[in-house]
Design a protein around this ligand. Structure first.
Ligand code: KIV
Length: 267
């Protein structure tokens, strides 16, 4: 059982304490991030792009999400672990969503699930919450709808879209969601939504007023250097460190400098 719960996050919002979230896909990084005091480890379906090299999140499967969430769970003591539900694992019907989200909870020991979408998903959120499954919502640029949205674009720039996003956020809160991710939303709109809700908003490309921030770990570590976006701040440059370490290893092996006596066993 993690020490960060849905109640902790609500209290953090009430006290004005910022919530820190990162994506995480395995036990090794989970241990490192948990030790750093990150509040939420989101096993995002972005792993389908970041780790598996797919062009979008759409082909991620429930089995894959369960596999990775289990790894993250094993490396985590303190943080809340959230399993991102993949495309078509919750959109078909509330009953289907209950079956699949229930499977994720039972088979991984995660603390919550995340699903994308606003008002059309409210009945599903209610069904899940009613049986005790905590649900994090996700609005704005919802990557599973990338084809319908016409690409990875900022959402809510026009008045009608902004109004719909506000109504979506309220619908998720009313249905019992404990938090909402706001992705690629103009900062002033994210601020209005954050002020209007009693549950926390977690922003990604949504400006500084959200109650918390999430980034894709491999982006902020500079490990995924094929991706860059205005909202991603790189806190390290690990891709270059990895390339350099591999270059030095290759040179030492080729020149017979590795392994040395200190890396070799005698009798
Ligand atoms: O899949 C993911 O990593 C996400 C975050 C970007 C919020 O949904």
């Amino acid at each position: 059982m993690s020490s960060i719960t849905t109640r902790t996050l609500l209290e953090m919002k009430e006290k004005g304490e910022r919530i820190v979230a990162l994506t995480c896909y395995d036990a090794l990084f989970a241990r490192l991030l948990d030790a750093s005091g990150v509040d939420i480890l989101l096993v995002g379906d972005s792993l389908n792009q970041v780790l598996a090299g797919a062009p979008s999140t759409l082909s991620a499967t429930l089995d894959q999400m369960i596999y990775h969430t289990n790894m993250v769970r094993r490396g985590t003591e303190h943080a809340m672990v959230v399993c991102d539900m993949p495309f078509l694992s919750y959109q078909i019907s509330p009953e289907d969503a209950l079956r699949n989200c229930g499977r994720a909870m039972k088979e991984t020991g995660c603390n919550a699930v995340k699903i994308e979408g606003g008002q059309p998903m409210a009945a599903t959120v209610r069904r899940l919450v009613d049986v005790g499954i905590p649900v994090m919502g996700h609005l704005g640029l919802t990557p599973q709808s990338v084809h319908a949205l016409g690409g990875y674009r900022v959402q809510g720039r026009e008045d009608a879209e902004a109004g719909r996003l506000k109504a979506d956020a309220t619908a998720l809160q009313d249905a019992g969601a404990f938090a909402v991710v706001l992705e690629l939303v103009p900062a002033p709109l994210a601020s209005q939504i954050t002020k209007s809700l009693s549950i926390p908003t977690i922003g990604i490309g949504a400006g500084p007023a959200c109650d918390g921030q999430v980034l894709v770990l491999h982006d902020m570590l500079g490990l995924n250097d094929q991706f860059s976006a205005k909202f991603v701040k790189k806190y390290a440059a690990l891709a270059e460190d990895v390339r350099e370490a591999a270059r030095v290893f290759a040179a030492e092996v080729r020149e017979g400098r590795y392994p040395g006596p200190e890396h070799s066993f005698g009798k």
